[in-house]
Design a protein around this ligand. Sequence first.
Ligand code: NAD
Ligand code: NAG
Ligand code: NAG
Ligand code: NAG
Ligand code: NAG
Length: 333
Amino acid sequence: MAEPIRVLVTGAAGQIAYSLLFSIAKGDVFGKDQPIILILLDISPMLPVLEGVVMELQDCALPLLNDIIPTDKEEVGFKDLDAAILVGSMPRKDGMERKDLLKANVAIFKSQGAALEKYAKKTVKVLVVGNPANTNCLIAAKSAPSIPKENFSCLTRLDHNRARSQVAMRCGVPATQVKNVIIWGNHSSTQYPDVHHCMVNMSGSEQACFEAVKDDAWLKGEFIATVQQRGAAVIKARKLSSAMSAAKAICDHMRDIWTGTPDGEFTSMGVYSSGNSYGVPEDLIYSFPVQIKNKSWKIVDGLAINDFSRSKMDATATELIEERDTAVTFLGV
Ligand SMILES: NC(=O)c1ccc[n+]([C@@H]2O[C@H](COP(=O)([O-])OP(=O)(O)OC[C@H]3O[C@@H](n4cnc5c(N)ncnc54)[C@H](O)[C@@H]3O)[C@@H](O)[C@H]2O)c1
Ligand SMILES: *[C@@H]1O[C@H](CO)[C@@H](O)[C@H](O)[C@H]1NC(C)=O
Ligand SMILES: *[C@@H]1O[C@H](CO)[C@@H](O)[C@H](O)[C@H]1NC(C)=O
Ligand SMILES: *[C@@H]1O[C@H](CO)[C@@H](O)[C@H](O)[C@H]1NC(C)=O
Ligand SMILES: *[C@@H]1O[C@H](CO)[C@@H](O)[C@H](O)[C@H]1NC(C)=O
């Protein structure tokens, strides 16, 4: 058996973590022969709840789970990490201004970035889920200068999976027969779900998505709006945010980092923009199509972008620039 890896989940007493921890602990993400030490970080008032989560994990009697470490201390939580899944963040409270919310999150991700810098392995893979995920990820990366920026990513896989599934349902095929949808930009309602490079395996052959769906108006209108607003639709129906599907997307994202994407397929991840791809400005965490091999991602370059796509990609970049520029003013505070 391999040496155990150390995996941190923050926000570990919350609802996404409750759907996530079992999958990680039973080997769905890092492999069925990879022992794991799970480190569970939450804030001090949640420690009693976390104790219950620990009991349940123990009661699962899982062969790969070598140890469980609940903590409210960064020096314990971030020590020698191989992977960090940062789910916890400051939620919006009634009457809270957008700027104050951003400020609170900058404080959290600055501190956690600094803890990664100080305590984690330099090869740690960091996935930011807590919203605003793109900007939180950027702040964490900036606060951990000795860890390569490429090792930080944020979750847009839930949006990617939503887009894939919408197309699959429309075509009456399983989601596995739909590949290469793209989510561009921010994990928000300005994200652009793009199917211009998507292929659908239908009636025995691979077809371009527009040909398979045969309804351009739907693909350019309702489809995009449905994916963009899916989070809100789930909250409206469930009175709680999407946790099961978010947990599944986290597993997909981290598993792809660990084991790579299938040949000829790409996925969507919020990654550091160095300004060299698709005219997206540098120094943003922006969701791109990526392929992953040997634990390294590469943006899929050279895809044709039409005017319809261009304007949507620019709009979501503009939103991220504005958020970043406000966020960095809080870094010195
Ligand atoms: N990127 C995505 O696709 C995506 C999808 C769904 C949800 N989210 C975001 O994920 C986050 C968590 O969602 P949830 O439903 O689990 O929320 P939740 O409120 O159920 O749980 C959040 C947990 O984080 C903890 N927490 C807060 N600050 C912390 C800190 N500084 N360190 C450690 N833990 C801290 C809280 O105490 C709580 O236990 C939210 O920000 C949500 O918006 C992102
Ligand atoms: C970007 O998306 C996040 C969700 O990750 C959202 O909270 C934030 O408000 C968006 N940014 C802007 C400037 O709208
Ligand atoms: C497409 O689907 C058919 C079954 O309907 C399968 O035999 C074939 O391998 C699939 N092709 C690809 C490229 O996945
Ligand atoms: C995979 O990455 C590691 C570490 O970056 C490197 O040492 C190794 O040579 C790479 N292997 C391949 C096949 O590229
Ligand atoms: C993380 O950084 C290491 C170098 O420390 C590099 O080999 C690896 O490819 C990076 N991982 C990702 C996901 O980019």
